[in-house]
Design a protein around this ligand. Structure first.
Ligand SMILES: [Zn+2]
Length: 556
């Protein structure tokens, strides 16, 4: 048995190369109809493998509900002995090729692309130039992020399917939309739950094979978790006034700019684990309500920012956002009163406090206020609005626009026109996950990365390190969650689009929860013209390390 599993990967480099070259030709750009080309590739490829051809239900497409592009998750299920199961995931979508400019037509032909890049190598970074000269990396769109890792997984399951007898089970998932809202992975967890029920599977480990980036050239990285991502929004309703009568109004830009400066790059939002830290937040969107010029201040300002998390819940993030909104509002009122006192002194006006009071509510509170004032009529119109937005979203409106469109619709029913802040969350939501937070990890899982580090050193003389979090955001976020009920409740309170345009099945994720690891080839310049993957990793080392990991967990 031991020999069989080690010999199993003999000559696998040829398989990986063939699969990869065919796979990248699907040009499955994220969030486009082209993603379905990858589905065709999989079905065609697996229909030619003996085991899958002869085993009904062992591979196929799993529909993503209500998907405007009608995309599917591809799955292959290798049923061996026992209940222990390893899940291999990778995403089949790729970034666009805008920055390839005149080289677009070579983006999916690594050899030709190399020839072209050599011609312009002096315009490339030193590092890319060196990798071209040394010929140690393979260039091409999607080759690194992440069809290289995907091809390794496909090549491995093909080999496992040819074994006489295989211990445990493998589920391979190729999911679309990872670069966008992860609709593929959010659907795939439902499939995992169905397979779990049907076959009584015991999910032991989820392996993703996203490329890893290196801090230094000689140290590879395994990640035993993945950062979370959450996107709070803030909507500030001011009080309109002419620019000559500033104290009669309240400028929402004033409030919003305080909120932005208190949150942008604020390390208080960035949690720490060991010597890892989440990068601090940054604002992704910021607009006022003016669409033409006049001499009055804008009525409202809206924006949202992205927070990466290592160990925070939506509840704790929302609490922090609320506090910052309250603090900012109070400061603006103080600023205004101070300014007014100076103005009044200078002009002989009577001294008084301005009329402003701070008010901060979450989306659900705003909704309840509108419903209380306008009852059934509001609720009927609100539901119609949601349908209308779902249609707009399917036809290309951004999720951010849909969110604020809905908020402004609710505001039409609000009778209190005094300034206030409404805060909440915009999809997507990626939970933070890490084996670090899992209680009762099985011994073979908790010692896995140490064993792989030892293996890589002995077999390839390669140094590897383990980190608790993959910081590039990945679908591993959906491998486990705790206290899903409370999380869903918090999301429901604050994320207006949840359950309509967007959903995240946290209860199902909790049901299938399993530890995770990312084992992928060394890659560089993801999403750029010079995207590339290390050839030795792609063809030789990474497939063997993943094979080792699977054979440890499934005891082959
Ligand atoms: Zn990726």
């Amino acid at each position: 048995m031991k020999n069989e599993i080690d010999n199993l990967v003999n000559g696998i480099e040829k398989d990986i190369e063939e699969i990869l070259h065919e796979y990248i030709k699907t040009e499955s750009f994220t969030n486009t109809g082209n993603e379905k080309e990858a589905e065709k590739f999989f079905v065609n490829f697996f229909s030619k493998i003996q085991y899958f051809k002869n085993t009904p239900g062992s591979y196929g497409l799993y529909k993503i509900e209500k998907d405007a592009l009608d995309r599917n998750v591809f799955y292959a299920f290798l049923k061996g002995k026992g209940k222990d199961t390893v899940v291999l995931i990778h995403h089949s979508d790729i970034a666009g090729v805008e920055d390839f400019k005149l080289l677009k037509k070579y983006a999916f032909s690594p050899e030709e692309l190399k020839t072209q890049l050599v011609k312009i190598k002096n315009t490339l970074s030193q590092d890319a130039k060196k990798d071209l000269d040394d010929d140690t990396f393979l260039f091409g769109r999607g080759i690194c992020d992440m069809k290289g890792g995907g091809s390794i997984q496909i090549a491995l399951i093909k080999r496992y399917s040819e074994m006489e007898s295989f211990n445990g089970n493998i589920v391979l998932l190729a999911v679309p939309d990872e670069e966008n809202l992860s609709s593929g992975m959010r659907a795939a967890v439902k499939l995992l739950s169905e397979l779990q029920d049907r076959y009584g599977l015991k999910y032991r480990l989820m392996i993703n094979s996203e490329p890893h980036q290196r801090k230094d050239d000689v140290t590879g990285i395994f990640s035993e978790g993945s950062v979370g991502k959450i996107m709070p929004f803030v909507y500030v309703r001011g009080y309109l006034a002419h620019a000559g009568k500033v104290f009669e109004g309240l400028n929402p830009i004033h409030v919003m700019s305080k909120i932005v400066s208190k949150t942008e790059l604020n390390m208080d939002f960035s949690d720490l684990a060991g010597n890892e830290a989440a990068p601090p937040p940054t604002w992704l969107y910021f607009k006022d309500s003016k669409d033409q010029y006049d001499v009055s201040m804008p009525l409202s300002v809206k924006g949202c920012f992205s927070i990466l998390t290592l160990n925070q819940t939506p509840q704790s993030i929302l609490e922090k956002v609320k506090n910052i909104c309250e603090e900012s509002f109070d400061e603006v009122i103080d600023d205004m009163n101070n300014s007014f006192r100076r103005f009044a002194k200078a002009t002989g006006l009577p001294l008084k406090y301005l009329q402003w009071q701070s008010k901060v509510v979450n989306f659900q509170e705003l909704y309840r206020e509108a419903a209380a004032a306008h009852g059934e009529e509001f609720i009927i119109e609100y539901n119609k609005k949601l349908d209308e937005l779902a249609y707009k979203y399917e036809n290309g409106a951004s999720i951010i626009e849909c969110n604020f469109d809905l908020l402004e619709f609710v505001y039409e029913y609000i009778d209190d026109i005094m300034p206030r802040i409404v805060y909440g969350l915009i999809p997507p939501y990626y939970p933070n996950v890490s084996n670090l937070f899992m209680n009762d990890l099985d011994e073979d899982v908790s010692s896995l990365s140490d064993n792989l580090i030892k293996y890589a050193r002995e077999e390839f003389n390669q140094v590897y390190k383990t980190e608790y979090f993959y910081t590039g955001i990945s679908d591993l976020s959906y491998s486990s969650i705790k206290k899903s009920r409370e999380i869903y409740k918090a999301l429901k309170e604050s994320m207006p689009l949840l359950g309509h345009i967007y959903d995240v099945p946290v209860d199902i994720i909790e049901k299938i929860s399993m530890p995770c690891i990312n084992i992928g080839p060394w890659g560089k310049d993801f999403h750029k013209l010079t995207e590339r993957v290390n050839k030795e990793d792609l063809y030789v080392r990474t497939p063997r390390i993943i094979n080792k990991a699977i054979s440890i967990i499934l005891r082959n």
